[in-house]
Ligand binder design. Sequence first.
Ligand code: GRF
Length: 199
Amino acid sequence: MPSRLAVLASGRGSNLQAIIDHFHDLGREATGRIVLVASNRVDSPALLRAATASIDIASFSATDDGSELLSLLGKFRVDVVILAGYIKRIQTSVIQAYAGRILNIHPALLPAFGGEGMYGARVHEAVIAAKEKKTGVTVHIVEDEYDRGPIVAQWVVPVLDGDDAESLAARVLMVEHIVYPRAVEMVAALNHQGFTPPS
Ligand code: GRF
């Protein structure tokens, strides 16, 4: 039986789409199944993508003590939570209940260029301002501190001469779409075998 996955997204949902497509392509070989896509924003395009793929959708409060999200995850018997452009902090009660079973993707090589306020274009602007020659993507387990927690996968992306935040973001995003679905697949398989990543 595949691991039951919930994807939380606040924005456009391109990583969600990549995960949906990847698991669809795997068919019966899939180690996980997205049983729920939920957002703190009812107008998130990610919800539309999920509905189009016939996946259950829901919205929840990101500012309560976590009980709304926890009861949603319980109702759908979720094993692993995947953050895909989810902008809010996950409440401590949820992190504790799903210790080692919440994944996030960050568009840089953590621990560099991470932390509170480091999201979207700001990450790539900071990378360019620091004159870095390389950046990348990081998939990690979510812990209480922003952008911390054990790293599950990382891939380096070059910063090219003349890059601006937009061109760099596009190159990084292309890599995210390849790396994240496969990292999710790996964690789903491990969870299924009882190997929960350390937290
Ligand atoms: C991605 O760059 C991801 O690394 C970050 O938020 C962005 C989400 O993009 N956490 P999308 O909504 O998946 O298109």
